[in-house]
Design a protein around this ligand. Structure first.
Ligand code: ZN
Length: 140
């Protein structure tokens, strides 16, 4: 395990725009407040979604698509730099009318309504490729 201390520089709350992309909206918030590293939580509802599951044997992401309205029962993620852009690494638990939950790495989803709390750190973080996992991770 590697770690470092972080200090909160500022905190924001935001309402996501209906019809926009969930993750792009969070990245737009990060861009607007110039967040070079942040942690966020969010909740709300989406009109559709694409989750990704990372296969650890094949080191590949596989998409799971939902073309129906779902609740965002929980969403957590962080913001850091990846390939020269602010990337919102976003995970979510989505639920359907029966309360059945679907969860994973959220690639995209169309916002119905969303509320976000973002905590911006004073120092930035940038992802680097990790040989072991074939993922872009923090090089702490
Ligand atoms: Zn992920």
């Amino acid at each position: 395990m590697n770690y470092r201390a972080v200090e909160t520089e500022s905190e924001y709350v935001a309402r996501l725009e209906t019809g926009a992309d969930w993750r792009a909206e969070i990245e737009a918030l990060a861009e607007a407040v110039e967040a070079d590293a942040a942690w966020f939580t969010a909740l709300g509802a989406v009109q559709d979604a694409e989750l990704w599951f990372y296969d650890q044997d094949e080191c590949e992401y596989y998409p799971i698509e939902y073309d129906e309205p779902l609740e965002v029962a929980s969403c957590v993620g962080n913001v850091s730099w990846l390939d020269g852009e602010r990337f919102a690494h976003t995970h979510a638990v989505l639920s359907d009318p029966d309360g059945t939950a679907y969860a994973g790495h959220l690639n995209e989803a169309t916002v119905w309504a969303g509320e976000v709390h973002m905590r911006v750190f004073a120092e930035g973080l940038e992802r680097e490729h990790d040989e072991t996992t074939d993922l872009d991770l923090w090089p702490l």
